[in-house]
Design a protein around this ligand. Structure first.
Ligand code: G3H
Ligand code: 13P
Ligand code: ZN
Length: 349
């Protein structure tokens, strides 16, 4: 199957009542792990690359690896998504390269650190939508700011500093015409999200439900959705790592989100932990080894395992064959003739 639009994947997920994992990649092994997990579970999937990933791997390598994935797994609908675009220019460059959807994270200024004003966020996001939709490219916006800092990206602080205001979410969706909306409900990027298993005082599922109530047809996106499982923390630490005890987003809370409009679930940290634990194990148990394949193979397998588990838990498993790819040109026509709506349905408070 050619690379498909994230809009199509999320519309289908809404019809089927499931969520789609969006897994971050930086290299070939991570793409392979995700595609094997998708094949194993028969799942449609979103593969996403951050600005950091694009710089690390170089755009062309990433793009051609993604083309290879689409070619090698014709039965799997796969979208290629820009994660946390920081500016109009970054989004345009991703679209020119061949990404099938972009995130314009206008919740932060282009420095990727300072919270932007609501008006700045609306203006830059709308500008990206106006560029992307005529080209058949879907856009994710973000309203509210996540906690933490990953690779220089993020406002820092706790996930509760700038949670999403439901009225602003409605106005943002109406004024920008985004295809999906990332909201801040107390989560953070990275491993250190919560100091104990999160309850409603730190993970605001009630807020998510309120936003879904106001925007019942809008595809919501949960960032910072790694569960940071204890077993993956333990493997890293058993083999010489020094992770402090931490808690992620419990899978059952993500599943509650999926029942309430969450269609895209962003996961990076769980993959990172799986890879690092597997590599540390090889280094400690067989220090005589020096062929990278000796540790990259188990690393890839460990990532595949956690990704396949998440695909099953998010409900996307079994849905790869539900539909045929709509071409990006036809997606563009859909935006133009209104069959792909960009006007959110809004419910009263
Ligand atoms: O949103 C953060 C993702 O985990 C990507 O992280 O910017 O370090 O590639 P990165
Ligand atoms: P995690 O750090 O929880 O995996 O979040 C990843 C993410 O939100 C990527 O945009
Ligand atoms: Zn994110």
């Amino acid at each position: 199957m050619p690379l498909v639009s994230t809009r199509q994947l999320l519309d289908e997920a809404a019809k089927g009542g499931y969520g789609v994992g969006a897994f971050n990649v930086n290299n070939m092994e991570q793409i392979q792990a995700i595609m094997e997990a998708a094949k194993e579970t028969n799942s449609p999937v979103i593969i996403q690359a951050s600005r950091g990933a694009r710089a690390y791997a170089q755009d062309k390598y990433l793009y051609h690896l993604m083309l290879a994935a689409a070619e090698l797994y014709p039965e799997i609908p796969v979208a290629m998504h820009l994660d946390h675009g920081n500016s109009y220019e970054t989004c345009v460059s991703a679209i020119e390269l061949g990404f099938t959807s972009v995130m314009m994270d206008g919740s932060l200024k282009p420095d990727g650190k300072t919270p932007a004003t609501f008006e700045e966020n609306v203006a830059v996001t709308k500008k990206v939508v106006d560029y992307a939709h005529p080209r058949g490219i879907a856009v994710e916006g973000e309203i509210g700011v996540l906690g933490g800092v990953e690779d220089g990206h993020g406002a820092g602080g706790s996930g509760l500093d700038h949670v999403t205001d439901p009225d602003q979410a409605v106005e943002f969706a109406e004024r920008t015409g985004v295809d999906s909306l990332a909201i801040a409900i107390g989560t953070s990027h990275g491993a250190y999200k919560f100091t104990k298993k999160p309850d409603g005082s730190v993970l605001k599922m009630d807020l998510l439900i309120k936003i879904h109530h106001r925007l019942p047809k809008t595809h919501l996106v949960m960032h910072g959705s790694s569960s940071v499982p204890q077993d993956l923390q333990d493997i890293v630490n058993k083999f010489g790592g020094k992770l402090k005890q931490t808690w992620g987003v419990p899978v059952e809370e993500i599943q509650l989100g999926i029942k309430n409009g969450v269609r895209k679930v962003n996961v990076d940290t769980d993959s990172r932990l799986a890879i690092t634990g597997a590599i540390r194990k090889v280094f400690v148990e067989t220090p005589e080894k020096f062929d990278p394949r000796d540790y990259l193979k188990p690393a890839r397998a460990a990532m595949q395992k956690v990704v396949a588990l998440r695909m099953t838990q998010f409900g996307q498993a079994g849905h790869a064959g539900d539909y045929k790819a709509i071409s990006i040109a036809d997606i563009a026509k859909g935006y133009k003739d209104g069959t792909l709506s960009t006007k959110p349905e809004v419910a009263k408070k």
